[in-house]
Design a protein around this ligand. Structure first.
Ligand SMILES: Cc1cc2nc3c(=O)[nH]c(=O)nc-3n(C[C@H](O)[C@H](O)[C@H](O)COP(=O)(O)OP(=O)(O)OC[C@H]3O[C@@H](n4cnc5c(N)ncnc54)[C@H](O)[C@@H]3O)c2cc1C
Length: 437
């Protein structure tokens, strides 16, 4: 491997500002949201980029990958770096391929949008809205990139209807394999799905076409309840509203109190936040009132809805961690047992607290607990399995979705193992039992 030669070639290709060996740039490109995991935090730093490259379009992405392959340098792709398991950390150093400057929206058509990998999800949503459409889904990290969301994320606002991002959201991709010749490979439909949710280990997404729905007249809906039990019963009922809500999130008073101050999230009360079609507003109000809750506020406009999205999925746990630094870890959990057996679920960990989201397959959530040791976390995963709760551990960076399929594809597309090295491990047999993805 020749980092110096690769740097010289990348400067020639992208200009002096297109490739950096500056220590600060390399350090910045070598971290992601892994600090949410106390287990991974203990292992940091896990790698340091030798070079960071900033291609500005899909063609340049292919050219940078080809150059790295010719020099035998490992390539870790990076969008906004918000992934929270260390999937974006260059475990074997090498090149970090920062895609955040390749961010053009290429086309918005009837039912689809095409954008370069680094385009932020909010920019895609905005472009879609200008044509009377909206994304099937976007994550609570709404500023994150489409490439990073497809390669590292799983779902978010819109998943109640459309499920995870590997379930038909992707219509087509232009991907780059680890080949010495710069080439964009166009894959569509079923052929595109094996590139989703495996951290770029089978190919780097340079451009993506994802699906759109006609836009709804959404409102941001806030309600509060005396207890979490009340809120769980209403969350379960609200999933059946017509039209289906775009998001329903709920928190215990202790987690709601950690969220940014907001008059619609009163202190000391369990909180429910939802993105609802105006046509279902009366029914939703009736459900809240029948469930001993009170509607705090209904807010109009796209910004009000994005605001609710940014308080969903991992975000409430992140706020909890901010208010009590060094105290809490979390697991991603799923299944009806989260509601049916909530007391037992909470009892698995000291200080156990569930943040819950409605999804089409049943609820999913983030279970926080007071951190003691890795063994405590692994024992808890077993205990949750016995309760019928599916678990995904955010405390490891291995590809743990469709591993065999990815290994097979990577053998073909990346024979030298240069794509996000260290993340694809055929022997990995982590906590997959009852997995939620
Ligand atoms: C507080 C918090 C809340 C979150 N909420 C959600 C949520 O609601 N839903 C959800 O699904 N996730 C969520 N995440 C995880 C993460 O933020 C999202 O998945 C996000 O969309 C990742 O995008 P990114 O641009 O930051 O990707 P990065 O973090 O930069 O990359 C993610 C992974 O994909 C790889 N990658 C990046 N770009 C490409 C590319 N173009 N081609 C191939 N591989 C690539 C990286 O190497 C890495 O392995 C959350 C994380 C945090 C910390």
């Amino acid at each position: 491997m020749s980092v110096e030669d690769l740097h010289a070639e990348l400067v020639e290709l992208l200009g002096a500002r297109g490739a950096s060996i500056d220590l600060r740039a390399r350090e910045k490109a070598s971290v992601d949201g892994a600090k949410m995991s106390p287990i991974i935090t203990e292992l940091l730093p896990l790698g340091l980029a030798d070079i960071v490259a900033f291609p500005t379009n899909a063609v340049e992405i292919a050219a940078v990958v080809a150059a790295a392959v010719r020099h035998g340098v490992g390539i870790t792709p990076r969008g906004k770096g918000t992934g929270n398991y260390g999937q974006g950390i260059p475990l074997q150093d090498g090149l970090v391929l920062d895609l955040s400057k390749a961010r053009s929206i290429i086309e918005v058509g009837d039912g689809y949008i095409t954008a370069e990998a680094g385009a932020p999800m909010v920019a895609l949503e905005q472009a879609a809205r200008e044509t009377g459409q909206e994304l099937w889904m976007y994550p609570s990290t709404a500023q994150s990139s489409i490439g990073g969301f497809l390669a590292g994320g799983s779902g978010g606002t819109g998943s109640i209807v459309h499920g995870a991002n590997h379930q038909g959201f992707v219509a087509a991709l232009d991907v780059v394999h680890a080949s010495p010749e710069a080439r964009l490979v166009h894959v569509e439909g079923d052929d595109a799905q094996p590139y989703v949710h495996n951290y770029g280990t089978a190919g780097i997404i340079a451009q993506a076409t994802v699906r759109l729905d006609p836009v709804h007249d959404w409102v941001g809906f806030y309600a509060s309840f005396d207890t979490f039990y009340d809120v769980l019963a209403v969350l379960r009922e609200m999933r059946a509203l017509t039209p289906t809500p775009r998001l329903i999130s709920a928190d215990l008073p202790e987690i709601a109190d950690a969220l940014p101050n907001d008059s619609a999230i009163p202190k000391g009360r369990a909180s429910l936040r939802a993105i609802l079609d105006t046509a279902s507003l009366d029914a939703a109000r009736a459900m809240v009132e029948a469930g001993s809750g009170r509607v705090e506020e209904v807010r109009e406009g796209p910004q009000a809805c994005v605001r609710i999205s940014t308080l969903s999925y991992n975000h409430p746990i992140e706020w909890l961690q901010k208010t009590s630094p060094g105290t809490y870890f979390h697991l991603e959990v799923g299944g009806e047992a989260l509601i049916d057996r909530i007391d037992e679920v909470h009892a698995v960990f000291r200080g156990g607290m569930l943040h819950i989201e409605a999804q089409h397959v049943g609820p999913i959530g983030m279970l926080a607990g007071i951190y003691e040791s890795p063994e405590q976390v692994y024992a808890g995963i077993e205990a949750l399995g016995k309760l019928g709760v599916g678990v995904h551990s955010p405390h490891q960076w291995n590809v743990d979705f469709e591993i065999e399929r990815t290994v097979e594809l990577a053998r073909e597309n990346d024979p030298l193992g240069l794509l996000n090295p260290g993340k694809l491990n055929l022997d990995y047999a982590g906590p997959r039992k009852g997995a939620i993805r």
